[in-house]
Write a protein that binds this ligand. Sequence first.
Ligand SMILES: [Zn+2]
Length: 334
Amino acid sequence: MKVGFCTSCRFLDHQTGPHHPERPDRLRAIFAAVRDAGMVTSPYPAGGEDVHFGISIPHPPHLIEIEPRAATVEEVLMVHAQRHIDRVRIRSQSGGMLDNGDTPVSHDSYSVALLAAGAGLTCVDAIMSGQVKRAFAAVRPPGHHAEPNAAMGFCLFSNVAIAARYAQQQHHLSRIAIVDFDVHHGNGTQAAFFTDPSVFFASLHEDPHVLYPNSGFDWEIGAAAGRGHTLNVPMAPGADDATYLKAMHESVLPMLDSFKPQLLLVSAGFDAHRDDPLADINLTEDGFYQLTRLLVEVANRHCHGRLLSILEGGYNLRALGRSVIQHLLALSQQ
Ligand SMILES: [Zn+2]
């Protein structure tokens, strides 16, 4: 099974300042984990909060390393308004805050955010050309909170939404599904496709009554022609692997099976892990493995196995690294 792993040291250059949870060490932890697990050969840099995983996998899958290209402004415009793009670019020049203070940018943030969006596009091309069957893009900044007109929740550009639009326009796909299992609601992705029947969006997240961004109620189902093409599955605080798998079987999988996507995109946040400091959901690494297997099986049933997963959140470094390994193992099996 050919699985791509798309990342870059450039993603470390988006600086968010001391004590910010969305920090470069998140990516260093993933680098260390895939290296320790024997899945890659590139000597990705360590450093920062030094996390050693000591992961032992008897026959680790060898990932195909993919160098991302930057998205062009025209490609970002498929989802975002020009004035939003300009705002990110100009604010990055001086450094500072977007979105009322929780989304910092530094000098390189604009170009790094274009590279994060471009990683998804690079992977779409690699999948559609048959170079790989599936791919995981380990990027930052994350994307699923960024709305067409606003940066939000550590996110500048909506990486997964731009990848979906690109797959439609460049590869002429008419039905794309996006499943978001980050613990927070993917409000930006939802906003991009709320009235669009060509993209089915499903988000599992902690109950919006108690967790940021306080959207993603089950009555948010899309509007106009897109009505019924958005599915929100709020999970009660304390929900565990079994609860998530049950929700997948009962709510998400039937709708994916009736939609029959031609490409499956995944917003893969790992902050629903029980050790994550930002939320109160109790998934384990094995839970992420099983969730991913269900999604792989959907891709196998409907779109020749084609699946692209893009990193969103995940803020406990050890939990993040170990969960990503399980996610990659699940992607690597038939
Ligand atoms: Zn999150």
